[in-house]
Design a protein. Structure first.
Length: 688
């Protein structure tokens, strides 16, 4: 039975006879120069994948160092570019531009003999290249005339696990934590290796193992030894391990009186702790820190700045090559304060004050992983600071693991947003890649992206079979932020389900529309943060708790709805480049999908839809529900094209999603109607 455990690493037999025979001719043998744990991982994957796809185990041979290319037989060659014979097949530019993690794949021939070269400067490049070759086969492409140059545009491509040491996962909807702390370090489960394979197949090279709402226990010797075992298991796959660091650790673990980042005893404590960490975990990546945010301790407790805190930790890590990822997610629920402005207000003045091994990790929007927000104005406002993006792969605000929401569209939307930092065309992708100042040497660029993982112990890892696509898409966008959501969805569908275009084409379309569908039935037209306050599941525009009121996020009243973030309101627009501030200040030039983010709009006012605000709002909610019904129909017509297990499971999930889309629609429409006091448009009378 197909249970989804193999993710996109399914190596189904190639049924097309011609293609299968071509692959058999090309891949009957594999040659390497030298073994290493990473090369062995690549070989294992290739042998297994090729055997499953073409029914033949390739034989493995080794080539003596320094030898010329031997054209006796067809074969696949995995080789580092320090072999002169291999290097000679490529230009200097090609060899240089792939850097430390990229690879080159090329079909070369002499007379009738054909060889496929996978070449790289490093072992990890060869592993990444091997996964690329397998992907070509999984998606049924010809290997006849390959000429591929691939390299990652961002250095740190990281999954953040919000995993607690007791096995629960904050905002995790796919079971429990993968890390079995009780049986570590002795037991290395196969699942850890499969996790590493999946990540390596998409170029993810880092994992923060524990929750940003951190427990200091993860920094104790006992847990460092366990973490070291995981780090060692992941190493052949190019994955570094990171830990979150609770700012109060010197007090809690070190029994110091303070955690003040400028206190010499505190500085010493972190230096010693870091030394201990590297003793156990020589390839440790560094710390991720949530400080002075949502009750977490931080430098603010001692009247110090974020820069004081981050730099102190960064100095301790520096001698070992470690880094600090310092989050910008900070806010206070002060009455009348616009939460969207707070991160920028706190961090913008610190631009240029962070050490060179610190990155600021900012969420894509200024509030919190909402279905749609304006982009976070910190991107484009911190030219002298390494900025990394934080996406959320787990669907905290997108119907958990029940709703089908392909996030590739969301990743693409934000990465392509124009910040205007250096005039038009300064996309967030460019800001992240630090291509804004082209004079910066490549090697000085500390760049990165993080995604909050949606992975757990569920048999299919992610809960929803389509949740796997979001993990996959995150990796692909991390590798290249200018990737296309469309082609990523296509690759993923082919690898995960089938190459049948009768399935791939309609379901790709369904995936690409799915995020907007969820926006329509949850938070259309720029609404945000109106979900149930406690669970973040289902509607809750009425939620009200001491110190927190959903009305601060939607501002519905007898006049209209939406937040005025222009100069007459909170003036959040002023945090953007002047060209954008002007655009967002004017309702007519504000993108329709963000009008309620930036403006308070009268119920009877006509908006760009051609209808009044009220009627438009209601129509979006109704449209969202109809769209889910259409998704169900499309899915039903796929019966027989894929395995029954996953077909039936997704059928059930879509049915539930349809019910819940109605719940959102009815809850929100009826709630807002109390303010609008207007009837529903005539075509929106469907009950229940
Ligand atoms: O999205 C919110 C979540 C919290 C989370 C916080 C954060 C880990 O509701 O559960 O805490 O953001 O990103 O720090």
């Amino acid at each position: 039975a197909e249970n989804g455990y193999n993710l996109w690493l399914r190596y189904l037999p190639i049924e097309n006879v011609q293609l299968r025979q071509a692959y058999q001719r090309q891949l009957s043998s594999i040659a390497i120069y030298k073994h290493s744990p990473t090369i062995d991982a690549a070989l294992k994957e290739l042998i297994n994948g090729i055997n499953q796809m073409i029914g033949k185990v390739p034989n493995i041979s080794s080539i003596p160092g320094g030898a010329a290319i031997n054209f006796k037989t067809n074969r696949l060659v995995l080789a580092k570019l320090d072999q002169p014979a291999i290097a000679a097949q490529f230009s200097t530019v090609e060899r240089r531009q792939i850097g430390q993690e990229g690879y080159l794949i090329k079909t070369i021939r002499q007379n009738r003999v054909q060889q496929i070269l996978i070449a790289a400067n490093t072992d990890i490049g060869l592993l990444y290249g091997s996964f690329h070759l397998l992907k070509l086969m999984q998606t049924h492409q010809s290997l006849q005339a390959l000429n591929i140059q691939q390299w990652p545009r961002l250095k740190l491509r990281i999954l953040d696990h919000w995993d607690n040491l007791n096995g629960t996962v904050e905002r995790g909807y796919a079971g429990y934590s993968l890390w079995n702390w009780q049986t570590l370090p002795g037991i290395i489960q196969k699942r850890y290796i499969d996790y590493a394979r999946a990540n390596a197949s998409i170029g993810i090279n880092g994992a923060v193992l524990n929750n940003v709402n951190a427990s200091v226990k993860s920094l104790t010797r006992e847990y460092l030894i366990k973490t070291a075992a995981l780090a060692k298991a992941f190493k052949p796959y190019g994955i570094k391990v990171y830990l979150t660091a609770k700012f109060s650790a010197p007090k809690e673990l070190g029994h110091l009186k303070t955690a003040d980042p400028l206190d010499p005893a505190v500085i010493k404590w972190w230096q010693d702790k870091v030394k201990e960490i590297y003793h156990y975990i020589p390839n440790f990546g560094g710390f991720l820190v949530k400080a002075s945010s949502e009750g977490q301790p931080g430098p603010g407790d001692y009247g110090r700045t974020h820069a004081d805190g981050a730099n102190m930790m960064a100095a301790a890590l520096k001698p070992y090559g470690g880094i600090v990822m310092w989050r910008t997610f900070v806010y206070e629920n002060k009455k009348g304060a616009d939460r969207a402005k707070q991160g920028y207000e706190e961090f913008k003045p610190l631009d240029g004050k962070f050490a060179d091994n610190v990155l600021l990790q900012a969420k894509y929007g200024p509030i919190d992983f909402q279905p749609r927000e304006a982009f976070n104005p910190l991107f484009g406002a911190m030219p002298h600071t390494h900025m990394m993006m934080e996406f959320q792969i787990t669907q905290e605000y997108f119907g958990f693991a029940t709703h089908l929401v392909y996030l590739g569209s969301l990743f693409q939307e934000y990465l392509r947003k124009d910040t205007y930092q250096k005039g038009p065309g300064t996309t967030i992708a460019k800001v992240l890649e630090e291509r804004v100042n082209p004079e910066t040497a490549d090697s000085n660029r500390l760049t990165g992206i993080a995604g909050v993982a949606n992975i757990g112990t569920d048999v299919n890892w992610c809960g929803h079979p389509f949740g796997q696509a979001n993990w996959y898409a995150f990796g692909r966008f991390a590798w290249n932020p200018m990737s296309s959501a469309d082609s990523i969805a296509e690759d993923w569908l082919k690898m995960t389900f089938t190459n049948d275009p009768g399935f791939v084409n309609p379901i790709k379309k369904l995936m690409l529309g799915s995020r907007e569908v969820a926006v329509n039935y949850m938070t259309p037209l720029g609404l945000s943060h109106i979900m149930n306050f406690a669970t973040h599941y289902g509607p809750g525009p009425w939620s009200k708790f001491p110190g927190w009121d959903a009305r601060d996020y939607h501002h519905a009243d007898s006049v209209g709805i939406g937040l005025d973030r222009t100069a007459t309101g909170s003036d959040a627009v002023s945090q953007y480049a002047p060209a954008l501030a002007a655009k967002y200040s004017n309702l007519k030039t504000t993108p329709l999908n963000l009008i309620l983010w930036f403006h308070h709009i009268g119920w009877d006012q006509k908006i760009a839809t051609g209808e009044t605000m009220w009627n438009s709002l209601v129509h979006y909610y109704y449209k969202g529900v109809k769209q889910v019904a259409a998704m169900q129909q499309i899915w039903q017509s796929m019966k027989g094209k894929i395995d029954e297990d996953r077909f039936n499971y997704v059928t059930q999930l879509l049915k539930q999603q349809h019910l819940e889309a109605k719940w959102w629609r009815n809850g929100c429409v009826l709630y807002f109607q109390q303010y609008s006091k207007r009837p529903l448009p005539k075509d929106c009378k469907e009950p229940g």
